[in-house]
Design a protein around this ligand. Structure first.
Ligand code: C5P
Length: 308
């Protein structure tokens, strides 16, 4: 991928989307602390915008939904670490405008890392191939390659090995964003604990083949029946109130509801846009979540929206 360096005084803005895991099968704990996953990702229309420009030092500033909860220390912030992965020692001011919930199971931090990677390669005129970009993304986090990729994809390995999935039509979602976030490692650890307690040595679950067929056919109702998340019992164990959120969404008219990734965001698949608007209004009135949003998918991966 040949990248033309823009003016060294310019800024670049990249938009990256949130994800929902339509299917998330989790294998046993590996010796490196990760779990083998089989997952089907869909990118949905909640976006973070990341703007980078040359500066005297490396810095991060955040605004928008949940900005106060994002670490602005460059050593911890994933977007700043992405800038350092593109060019160690580079001094870049990074502005993150957030709409993706923080610690919500929707890859908010990973989306920022994906956007920052793409923006910094362009700002710094770094001429990486697509494979080099994806390898850097995988170093930063398991969900970062998908946030670069977007659309609908099957993820294996830690979730970072992707293949594109055929998906017809548009899927309409309602997202119930919880008052308090969940830490991804804590949810995986809770799953290990529950498995050890209830069914030691076994991590067998369903496979995503039927779901992949439903997506290829554009069958929303069948897709809704086949949504699956092995992390859901662990997220519910850590936040039992999510059970009420899940049943409230289905009572309000969603086809089905699921915890998104490691949670605690609950994602409700609806028959169409009109239904999603109605479900969102009813859920918002029940007070089961900090905020309720509608979104649709699939949408594209990280892309430059402004370059000046
Ligand atoms: O890859 P990432 O840094 O986003 O992962 C965060 C944490 O989530 C890991 O440290 C690990 O505890 C857990 N994880 C896992 N298996 C995966 C992906 C993440 O156990 N496939």
């Amino acid at each position: 991928m040949a990248l033309k360096p823009p003016s060294p005084t310019g800024s670049i803005t990249v938009r990256a989307a949130a994800k929902i895991n339509l299917f998330l099968g989790v294998g046993p704990l590996r010796s490196d602390g990760y779990h083998d996953l089989t997952t089907v990702f869909q990118a949905v229309s909640l976006f973070d915008d990341v703007t980078v420009r040359h500066a005297e030092s490396l810095s991060v500033r955040t605004s928008g939904e949940g900005a106060a909860d994002v670490p602005d220390d460059p050593a911890q912030n994933l977007a700043a670490r992405a800038a350092q992965r593109v060019e160690p020692g580079s001094t870049i001011a990074i502005d993150i405008d957030k709409a993706i919930p923080v610690a919500g199971g929707m890859a908010g931090g990973s989306a920022d890392a994906a956007a920052s990677l793409l923006a910094c390669t362009r700002l710094l005129g770094v001429d990486w191939s697509r494979a080099e970009l994806m390898a850097a993304a995988a170093d930063l986090g398991s969900d970062v390659p998908f946030c670069v990729h977007g659309g609908t994809a099957l993820g294996t390995g830690r979730g970072e090995q992707l293949s594109a999935v055929l998906s017809r039509g548009t899927y309409h979602w309602v997202l119930a964003i919880a008052k308090v976030g969940l830490s991804t490692p804590a949810v995986f650890a809770e799953l290990d604990r529950l498995r050890e307690r209830d069914n030691p040595g076994s991590a067998d679950g369903p496979d995503p083949d039927d779901l992949l067929r439903a997506l290829a056919a554009g069958d929303v109702e069948r897709t809704a029946e086949l949504l699956h998340n092995d992390l859901q019992p662990a997220a519910l164990s850590l936040q039992p109130g999510l059970r009420r959120t899940l049943s409230a969404g289905v009572d309000a008219g969603a086809l089905s509801g699921i915890v998104s990734g490691s949670g605690p965001t609950c994602a409700f698949l609806c028959a169409d846009e009109e239904s999603a608007v109605g479900v969102a209004a009813e859920l918002a009135g029940r007070g089961v979540a900090r905020s309720v949003r509608t979104a649709y998918g699939p949408v594209p991966g990280a892309r430059i929206i402004e370059s000046g």
